[in-house]
Design a protein around this ligand. Structure first.
Ligand SMILES: [Zn+2]
Length: 261
């Protein structure tokens, strides 16, 4: 028993030291959201952050000096045009749910913030999802719209032809439907492999986000950007702070093991 206590104590000391006494990792977080709703059907699912919690999270980011940018803003900097703000952060939303327009957008705009919303092109205009017109309106309001494929299939399970279709058709369809150029992509269910980055490049996407935790710098592979999943919180803003800390810890571990973020 005493041995176990000593080991636990040593682990706590080591972990605390690792968090607080190793250099701050480089890079900025990308947050991954899905729904923002009080709809009783979804309010308690892990993929939902209720509106009042979401608003409190944006308050926290604002009070702590974060500036929201889009992935297009980030890529301009990667290509040598301008600089990143002091504490950049990117808010992303997967799937294109209707509440992103009705609930999330007003909260975002009342904070003067921006975001990236990844839509599944064949789901638009279907019940529960945004309409094409709502998604186009997001772009007009300065929100970046990206592709989350045509049908939300798990890409690692598709043959080459179907894979290229899912990645390519969604972008072509949206641009054909009068959207501004689609540059950003999100892998459904976080499932990806390195071959997909070549297809994304060929289809003229500039970025893709994964579900791997960590931070991003201008040196991070733009088709393998890291994100922190913001689940439905049970401990309010404390849990949100811990999720931001998780991104830092993974970036520190990554820096130690690979020499980069
Ligand atoms: Zn999804």
């Amino acid at each position: 028993m005493r041995k176990v206590c000593v080991v636990i104590f040593a682990a706590i000391i080591f972990f605390t030291g690792f968090i607080f006494f190793t250099p701050e990792p480089e890079g900025f977080p990308i947050l991954e959201y899905h729904r923002v709703t009080n709809n009783p059907e979804f309010v308690d699912t892990v993929y939902n952050v209720p509106p009042d919690e979401f608003s409190a999270q944006l308050d926290y980011l604002q009070q702590n000096g974060y500036t929201t940018i889009t992935l297009q803003d980030f890529m301009r900097v990667v290509h040598g045009k301008g600089n990143l703000p002091d504490k950049p952060i990117i808010l992303t939303f997967d799937d294109g749910y209707a509440d992103n327009y009705s609930e999330m957008l007003p909260i975002l705009e009342s904070h003067g913030m921006t975001a990236v919303v990844y839509v599944v092109s064949n789901f638009l205009d279907f019940p529960g999802y945004m309409t094409l017109e709502q998604a186009r309106d997001l772009q007009r309001r300065g929100i970046e719209v990206g592709s989350h494929t045509a049908n939300h299939l798990t890409l690692t399970e598709l043959n080459q032809e179907k894979l290229e279709e899912e990645i390519g058709v969604s972008k072509t369809f949206l641009e054909w439907k009068d959207f501004q150029t689609i540059y950003s992509f999100s892998y459904p269910n976080g499932k990806y492999n390195h071959d997909m980055t070549k297809i994304l490049e060929r289809e003229k996407y500039l970025t893709a986000v994964t579900g791997e935790p960590g931070l991003n710098t201008t040196k991070t592979n733009p088709y393998l950007l890291k994100r922190i999943h913001i689940r439905k919180p049970h401990f309010g803003i404390t849990e949100f702070k811990l999720r931001l800390l998780k991104a830092k810890i993974f970036a520190k571990i990554s820096a130690l093991t690979t020499g980069e973020n």
